[in-house]
Design a binder for this molecule. Sequence first.
Ligand SMILES: Cc1cc2nc3c(=O)[nH]c(=O)nc-3n(C[C@H](O)[C@H](O)[C@H](O)COP(=O)(O)O)c2cc1C
Length: 200
Amino acid sequence: MSNKILVISGSVSPVETSYSAELTKKFIEEYRKTNPNDTFEYLDLNEVAMASKTLTRATMGNYFNEEDSIKYIKQLKSVDKVIMVSPMHNFNVTALVKNYLDHVLLANETFSYKYSKKGDAIGLLEHLKVQILTTQGAPYGWYLWGNHTEYLKGTWEFVAAKVNTPVLLAGTKTEPLSKLSPTEAVKTIEKEIIAAAQTF
Ligand SMILES: Cc1cc2nc3c(=O)[nH]c(=O)nc-3n(C[C@H](O)[C@H](O)[C@H](O)COP(=O)(O)O)c2cc1C
């Protein structure tokens, strides 16, 4: 059996110097070793208009339209797995990722309150398995109140996806990682990447 995998990237760095692009490349390389027949679809959020559209009073009325919202929800329903990539921007995911999530987290499409007894939501994407790949300039632990990795994990679990152990490359702006190329920096967490790729 082969799986369809959607790779959603919200980094704004030039691809050649992006730590998260290198992390994604390495993760997919490892994943393919055990899953050679799976197919990949790439969604670079820099290249789609919806990810630059913010929900405001003015845009609210037409925010969840076919082109910006429903199309991407259908895409999530058409794949088996998602790899979600985001660097930390100001203690959270990038605005591209937030705008993407604002468009696809839609009641009765990706989650529902309808059948819930206790008043909590029921996720509607239980077919999905998600791998989170994140980066941040600071080492892990400098400000635990800003945790984009946990935010993404909780958000995907909210829509009932099964989230594999996330991989975080932390400290890209501090030594020693800041002195390394993205390839060398990613190598420092190679074991974690391989372990995650094997369980995804
Ligand atoms: C606008 C902006 C805001 C950032 N905010 C944070 C932050 O709050 N915390 C942090 O640790 N790193 C922060 N960084 C650093 C990035 O997370 C880090 O450089 C990341 O590796 C860049 O993305 P890349 O993985 O595509 O290279 C910020 C970078 C930019 C450009």
